[in-house]
Design a protein around this ligand. Sequence first.
Ligand SMILES: Nc1ncnc2c1ncn2[C@@H]1O[C@H](COP(=O)(O)OP(=O)(O)OP(=O)(O)O)[C@@H](O)[C@H]1O
Ligand SMILES: [Mg+2]
Length: 364
Amino acid sequence: MYISSLSLANFRNYTSEKIEFSPYTNVIYGDNAQGKTNILEAVYIFSQGRSHRAKSDKELIKFGEDFSRLSLDFHDSERDYTAAMQLMKNGRKNIKINHVQITKLSKLMNYLNVVMFSPEDLELVKGSPSARRKFIDSSVSQLYPRYLTSLIDYHKALGQKNSLLKVLRAKGAKSDMMLSVWNEQLAAEGEKIIKYRTDFVKLINNFSAAIQNEISGEKLQISYMPGMRASGDDKDSIYEYLEKNQRREIDLASAQVGVQRDDLHITINGSEAKIYGSQGQQRTSALSMKIAQADYIHHIKSEYPILLLDDIMSELDINRRMYLSQKIRDKQVLITSTDTDLIESTDNTKLFKIKNGSVVREEN
Ligand SMILES: Nc1ncnc2c1ncn2[C@@H]1O[C@H](COP(=O)(O)OP(=O)(O)OP(=O)(O)O)[C@@H](O)[C@H]1O
Ligand SMILES: [Mg+2]
């Protein structure tokens, strides 16, 4: 899969710009704060429906303007797509793919597949469980809209349950019928979420172990660590376990168990990476996992996703940089950097120099 052109109007610091990409490596370079990441962000939005870094869509509209327009041409092995998006100051968002309006986020997700890789991802192994859940969720929901729907429904019910727990705590209640109703819903969605996550972790474990072995010869192992100790993965066992925790959850006025606490257990040569891994081992494992994320999408969909590498080369040592360079040579990547020397150029590489929200130079 590849993108051929991106148009931006009133997006971040861009007034009006059209960029034609190479189907291989695209290097987006320039000084700090000129608008390099803004380009990756624009592409990412078409895949995930929202920015990887903005809290609200309003931040994306150029200062002083009322709306922003973006359009993206992309292609997979079956057909060509034109996606268009309009973001309005009042918070409304309008997305069309091939002129057909998309009404639900879960409907947008499976058209364009991207993997974004930025320096924060190097913290994937040693960072908080939420980063690892985000890693799972963004991978799986790109391919399975029903997973995203379950996730959204689960979090809605969880929000309601948490509000109820606060009320029950204030009342000094010991149990509650309505709490069981939420638990039933959480168990039903939880069962589906666990199923998808289990399948994903098995694949990502295989792919990342192979990559880690190639980079460093180490044995990387990733396994699923459930956020509860239910007797089984089916909704009845989950429900029973959630119900057993009613008393404790009321006491603490918040949900303590469930898939919102899921994590990944990562070991290198048998010891837990978060605790015993060196800084370099942790970063290599994170790199392996991110490349594996792209391999996973390719495996399920038979389309390799577009890689968005934000300032990552300067964070990697020469060996890892070389490994990544050979891995992406025949794929489409958009790489931002302040320094073009770190990036391997081939005949297919296109370079874009960015200054103050404009492409000021383009070279093949
Ligand atoms: N809504 C907006 N309207 C106008 N300008 C904006 C808006 N949001 C961000 N900017 C500007 O965009 C620029 C930052 O863009 P971006 O994050 O793409 O920079 P960058 O080239 O990736 O820099 P770095 O190398 O530091 O990562 C800043 O100058 C910022 O003021
Ligand atoms: Mg940047």
